[in-house]
Ligand binder design. Structure first.
Ligand code: C5P
Length: 394
């Protein structure tokens, strides 16, 4: 669960107090929790205690314009690896089943494309009512996951099914949701970040890649249950938690690390690998000599993507990236053939786009049999869509 982002929707029932312990248990296991409180939930637990336990802002109101500016509800609903609704009241389940969007919680649940795990809690008669049972059937059909309810004494004095699962049972269901993702049991290799090619022991040639897209992709693959080996050059963003991280500096080290990580079911080459290294790199620091600038000689680096695509241990799916500044589609299509990969994710990194080092990306996926251009969106969303495409293909 380490590194997973959980959006926790707390509904308005007496079991809301257990959500406080749930937050603690999830965080103990390395997950981050973004809490959302319904109006009714605020009658049972205070936003302050939820926020303090989650060490995060609590989202409460759909029309809180500060929130919209910081993070729109669409993005909030999709930036999580899993949405957990605990407790889910009969009313919240009914609104989910109907696709209502009349408060923040229901809007998030309607806007999301993230998997949703629900822990119902309600009076036994409400649970057994045909209306609730109909809503459950609808939600199950929509792919919503459930944990509980348990049978037992209820706060209202009755006995029967309707008690919310205990926090540790919900934690187990969260773990199972990740373990049962569509990429469970699959090994995916991701390269990311720039490479550094030394000139001498203190100087190097690098590029502006931050590693953001590769990191986002690794996280998205992890969220779908994949085992991820993440081979990264010296990136500026921290590597994803939960991946097996292999740090390298140069292109030739990256190739060796990639080869050592095979076999894999899929490999995604998101690293911005230097095309050349300095052939006459100096073993000791080059000294400045007035009027005598050193002449660097370059030699080609191995093409990791092409080597793996054409190699004996080729993964079933090989995806390359193409960062171009002009004629993006034409260049990327040629690259697909030259490198021998299955897909190229092409993007325009002209300085005016702000994509290189930025948070957004606009990509075209080029396959042997055609291409898809996606609208400009966050690198996180590009990653999630790409991970889903990979899951569908494997
Ligand atoms: O040739 P170009 O650098 O534009 O190709 C981009 C794609 O090839 C990316 O997927 C990149 O990770 C990969 N690549 C590589 N090894 C290189 C150069 C590029 O794996 N030496």
């Amino acid at each position: 669960m380490r590194g997973k982002r959980i959006l926790l929707v707390i509904g308005g029932g007496i079991a809301a107090f257990k959500a406080l312990d749930l937050i603690r248990r999830l965080r103990e296991r390395g997950a981050s929790v973004t809490p959302v409180l319904t109006r009714a939930a605020e009658e049972f637990v205070t936003p302050l205690s939820v926020s303090a336990l989650a060490a995060n802002k609590v989202y409460r109101d759909l029309f809180d314009l500060t929130d919209e500016a910081e993070m729109g509800h669409i993005q909030l609903s999709r930036s999580a690896d899993l949405i957990v609704v605990a407790p889910a009241t009969a009313d919240l389940l009914a609104r989910m089943a109907q696709g209502r969007a009349d408060d923040l919680a229901s809007t998030l649940l309607l806007a999301t494309d993230t998997r949703v795990l629900v822990a119902p809690a309600m009076n036994v008669r409400m649970w057994n009512h045909p209306a609730t049972q109909r809503n459950l059937a609808v939600l199950r059909g929509d792919g919503v996951l459930f944990t509980g309810p348990n049978e037992g004494d209820m706060a209202c004095g009755e006995y029967g099914p309707g008690r919310m699962s205990e926090p540790l049972e919900i934690v187990a269901a969260v773990e199972a949701a990740f373990a049962a993702g569509p990429l469970a049991g699959r090994h995916v290799l991701v390269t990311s970040g720039p490479t550094h090619e030394p000139i001498d022991p203190v100087r190097y040639i690098a590029n502006r890649s931050s590693g953001a897209q590769g990191t986002a992709l690794a996280r998205a693959l992890l969220a779908l249950g994949a085992r991820v080996t993440f081979v990264t050059g010296p990136a500026t963003v921290p590597p994803p938690e939960g991946a097996h991280v292999v740090r390298v500096e140069t292109a030739s080290q990256m190739l060796a690390a990639v080869q050592a990580a095979l076999p894999a079911d899929a490999a995604v080459f998101a690293a911005a690998v230097a095309d050349w290294h300095v052939a006459n790199a100096s073993e000791s620091k080059m000294k400045k000599q007035a009027g005598n600038a050193p002449a660097l000689e370059f030699a080609e680096n191995p093409d990791i993507l092409a080597t793996i695509s054409k190699g004996p241990q080729r993964p079933a799916l090989v995806v390359g990236f193409a960062a171009e500044t002009d004629d993006v589609i034409a260049h990327a299509t040629a690259k697909l053939a030259r490198k021998g990969c299955d897909w190229i994710v092409a993007n325009d990194v002209s300085p005016a786009t702000g994509i290189m080092g930025g948070t957004e990306n606009a990509v075209t996926i080029i396959r042997q049999d055609g291409s898809d251009t996606w609208p400009r969106m966050t690198k996180d969303l590009v990653a999630r869509r790409l991970a889903e495409e990979i899951a569908k293909t494997l």
